[in-house]
Design a protein around this ligand. Structure first.
Ligand code: UT7
Length: 323
């Protein structure tokens, strides 16, 4: 008997305010054309004053519960991938737990920046397989707008806010790759590259700080490492790019998404792309894309999906699942 962690519901939430590329032209030496051409981004959502990461995460989690036909009391654990928690502690996941009305189970945050959702999904799968939990709410939620240096055109035009959530539930499978649920994962970090993408502040340095990125270098690593990690995750279960129905990539840059799909020999028609509307929402980008992909009618039950992401650390990884 094989236990599988199967997706039972999904949902997302985006803040109301939409910021179009053209808005940056008033204060920065940039243009809609440059942002679109270099990143594929056209607009992003920005959280309202006072709206926190746990607020966005709660809305996404409620949408996932509704989609699954479940109630908060049915959930055993909340794992929230974020680098922009409301407070230094407690974990934003515990705030979400309380907001949902959950009075049992456990909740914690995972911090692997843009790779956070992939790391959280792999962790949730491990907990289900080990019998620690039967139903896990896995959320990616961020308010990266709070980390922007709005005078730095090389970073502030790229990021946005949002949240996505899915519910994994233990089910009995056959042990083959025909099973629904998480089938494999591949996680990596290399802290030698931590200076390529980081926030220049934190509790130990008495500051909040701003996001700093050597974009060109991160781009180089992304193109090289994303296809490799996706390949590794597929290879572990004897599958390849040909078997993939949808790549659901981290949405940082359309050029990275395209190059990765090419390296995986998966046509762009089989890639869920939302970067034009959301920008880079870090750990929220994959669950957002999964939820939007399902709502668009792209993702259907039985599809083989590869999620892959890279971000600060550097940390990167991939999860293969059958929807
Ligand atoms: O989610 C975590 C992972 N993050 C990523 O995956 C991001 C990876 N990096 C990227 O997506 C791309 O490197 C960027 C979109 C950040 C930049 O694109 P690029 O093609 O690598 O451009 P570049 O950094 O090489 O900059 C080209 C030029 C520079 O001018 P010079 O030095 O050639 O004169 C920049 O100063 O574009 C300039 N530039 C801008 N111009 C107009 C940088 N930002 C802007 C801007 N508007 N917003």
């Amino acid at each position: 008997m094989t236990i599988r962690a199967v997706v039972k519901g999904i949902g997302h939430y985006l803040p109301e305010r939409i910021m179009e590329n053209a808005e940056f032209e008033a204060s920065l030496d940039t243009s809609d054309e440059w942002i679109k051409a270099r990143s594929g981004i056209e607009r992003r959502h920005i959280a309202a004053e006072g709206q926190t990461t746990s607020d966005l995460a709660t809305r996404a989690a409620q949408a996932a519960l509704a989609d699954a036909g479940l109630e908060a009391g049915d959930i055993d654990a909340v794992i929230l991938a974020t680098s922009t928690a409301d407070l230094t502690f407690p974990a934003a996941a515990t705030i979400v737990q309380a907001n949902l009305g959950m009075t049992r189970g456990f909740a914690f945050d995972v911090q692997a920046v843009c790779a956070g959702f992939v790391f959280a999904l792999a962790n949730a799968n491990g907990m289900i397989l080990s019998g620690q939990a039967k139903r896990v709410m896995v959320i990616g939620a961020e308010t990266f707008s709070r980390l922007m240096d709005w005078t730095d055109r090389s970073t502030c035009v790229l990021f946005g806010d949002g949240a996505g959530a899915l519910i994994l539930e233990a089910e009995t499978g056959t042990g083959t790759t025909a099973d629904r649920g998480v089938l494999s994962s591949d996680l990596n970090s290399d802290g030698r590259h931590r200076d390529l993408l980081y926030v220049d502040g934190g509790v130990s340095t008495h500051t909040t700080g701003h996001l700093r990125m050597q974009g060109r270098e991160v781009f180089r690593h992304a193109v090289e490492k994303l296809a490799q990690t996706a390949h590794n995750a597929l290879d572990k279960i004897g599958l390849s790019g040909e078997d993939v129905t949808w790549i659901v990539p981290h949405q940082a840059n359309l050029r990275i998404i395209t190059a990765t799909a090419q390296r995986m020999q998966v046509p762009l028609e089989r890639v869920v792309i939302t970067v034009q509307d959301h920008g880079n929402t870090s750990a929220a980008s994959i669950p957002l894309a999964l939820s939007v992909g399902k709502a668009r009618g792209q993702i259907k039950q039985g599809d083989l999906i590869v999620t892959e992401a890279i971000g600060g650390g550097l940390s990167w990884g991939a999860v293969v699942l059958r929807w």
